[in-house]
Write a protein that binds this ligand. Structure first.
Ligand code: PEP
Ligand code: CO
Length: 464
């Protein structure tokens, strides 16, 4: 990783020598947007010291394998599905909820792989997605103003001021929740549940009875028939066959740098630093300042990383981010996640794609069709319309087709639960139905039926 000097220094500690090479603490010399404003610095340091003694959640070798897989996406030979909650919750972490989220991701991946015929890299927003950036530091509930909810790693979402006081001990709770979620995911994906012969079992009842569910069942039946055919031909699909296991990688926004720093370890094989809190980390739209702490931090870790690009991103800025975050131009190292809105994607994306391509940067182009299509419905609930989500994806594909670049993936917020948070879809959820099952702690998510419907639509786009 190229050495970089840090010209300007911000207020926070520990002090950093401006000429020193990168270290997990280098970011302290840069302004960190979206800091939680911990009330007790000593407690933060004590928690960080505790976290440092805990085992890594992922291994450097896994992160390198993911970089290679994403490299084939950058080359146009695979597609990436990045999906999961907007904000994971400390209280919605039951085995069933984790299983149901995994199910819908597996179903979407099957639809994409089977219907579009491309390998799919599966990346969950899971096992660590606990920190949230906010547009406003405060929120008004009735007549009371209180600090905004910043994710369960920082404070609680209950609408009372006392719940919103940042508590650094939550970083330890987040670590333990991440560890138990990841443990279950590893068991499900390697222990039989994700075996392709279980393809029918992933279809939950409330999905199976819907139009998308039946469409999925048809694919599952074809897969079954293919497996029976292969067995009849003598192909050994028993223990150890690749169809029996799935690689599901974890990712989250690297927002809370105290936590990410504590989870960053030196790999004994290569001597390089890896952020062992997840396989992939991304920088959000609100923290991607070129001279900011988040860019300074992720510059030095060996993991594959992403950056969200909102409507204000200039082509020069996008190229500069590539230079800073992937100076070695390693395919798969950097994913650019555009989130521009259905009305703007076709005008704003082309100059960015052109500038990055002309600068010779091999990136994965991913579309987040969620974050610029959010609006407040009657009654104030945040929502998104399925048609806008699909519309931004269509625009993203159209731009890449005309620029001659590969539309590498989609980044969506979803849940396996039968929620009513996003409007539209085949079941056509209406505004007045939003209160029925609106359980997200942050942004509205596609439910399992809407997610599978979306996968079929994306597969059609990939095929053409
Ligand atoms: C998110 O992914 O939940 C998020 C806050 O995204 P963005 O940084 O693009 O607004
Ligand atoms: Co979100």
């Amino acid at each position: 990783m190229a050495e970089r000097t840090y010209a300007e220094s911000s207020a926070s500690s520990p002090p950093h020598d401006a000429a020193a090479p990168w270290s997990p603490a280098s970011w302290h010399a840069h302004p960190a947007a979206q800091s939680p404003g911990w009330p007790d610095g000593d407690l933060v340091r004590a928690v960080v010291d505790d976290l440092r003694t805990l085992p890594p959640l992922v291994f450097a070798g896994e992160a390198r394998t993911l970089t290679r897989a994403l490299g084939s996406v950058a080359d146009g030979r695979a597609f990436v599905l990045q999906a999961g909650d907007c904000a994971e919750s400390f209280s919605d972490q039951s085995a069933d909820q984790i299983r149901d989220k995994l199910r819908v991701i597996l179903q979407m991946a099957v639809v994409l792989t089977y219907a579009a015929g491309v390998p799919v890299v599966k990346l969950g927003r899971i096992a660590g997605q606990y920190a949230k950036p906010r547009s406003s530091p405060v929120e008004r509930v009735g007549d009371t103003e209180m600090a905004a909810f910043r994710g369960h790693i920082v404070n609680d979402d209950a609408p009372v001021p006392s719940a919103r006081v940042p508590d650094p001990r939550r970083m330890l709770t987040a670590y333990h929740h991440s560890a138990s979620t990841l443990n279950l995911l590893r068991a499900f994906t390697k222990g039989g549940f994700a075996d392709l012969s279980q393809v029918h079992a992933w279809n939950q009842e409330f999905v199976a009875t819907s139009a998308e569910g039946r469409r999925y069942e048809a694919i599952a039946e074809e897969i079954d028939r293919t497996l029976r055919f292969m067995r009849a031909c003598g192909v050994d699909l028993s223990d150890g066959a690749p169809i029996q296991q799935v690689d599901l990688y974890t990712s989250h926004e690297a927002l809370l740098l105290d936590y990410e720093e504590a989870m960053t370890r030196r790999d004994s094989l290569t001597g390089d630093y890896y952020d062992c809190s997840a396989h992939m980390l991304w920088i959000g739209e609100r923290t991607r300042q070129l001279d900011g702490a988040h860019v300074a931090f992720l510059q030095g870790v060996g993991n594959p990383i992403g950056v969200k690009l909102g409507p204000g991103t200039t082509p020069d800025e996008a190229v500069e981010l590539c230079e800073l975050l992937n100076p070695g131009r390693v395919p798969g190292r950097l994913t650019l996640i555009s989130r521009l809105g259905v009305g703007k994607v076709t005008s704003l994306l082309p100059p960015v794609v052109r500038a990055v391509t002309d600068a010779g940067h091999p990136v994965v182009w991913e579309c987040d069709p969620m974050h610029c299509n959010t609006f407040a419905a009657e009654g104030g609930r945040k929502t998104r319309h399925f048609d806008d989500v699909l519309g931004e994806i269509r625009g993203f594909f159209a731009v890449h087709r005309s620029e001659g670049t590969w539309p590498g993936g989609v980044h969506v917020e979803l849940t396996g639960d039968d929620v009513t948070e996003c409007l539209g879809g085949v079941e056509d959820i209406l505004e007045e139905q939003l209160p029925l099952r609106y359980t997200t702690t942050c942004d509205p998510r596609l439910n399992a039926r809407q997610s599978i419907d979306l996968a079929f639509r994306v597969a059609e786009l990939l095929r053409t």
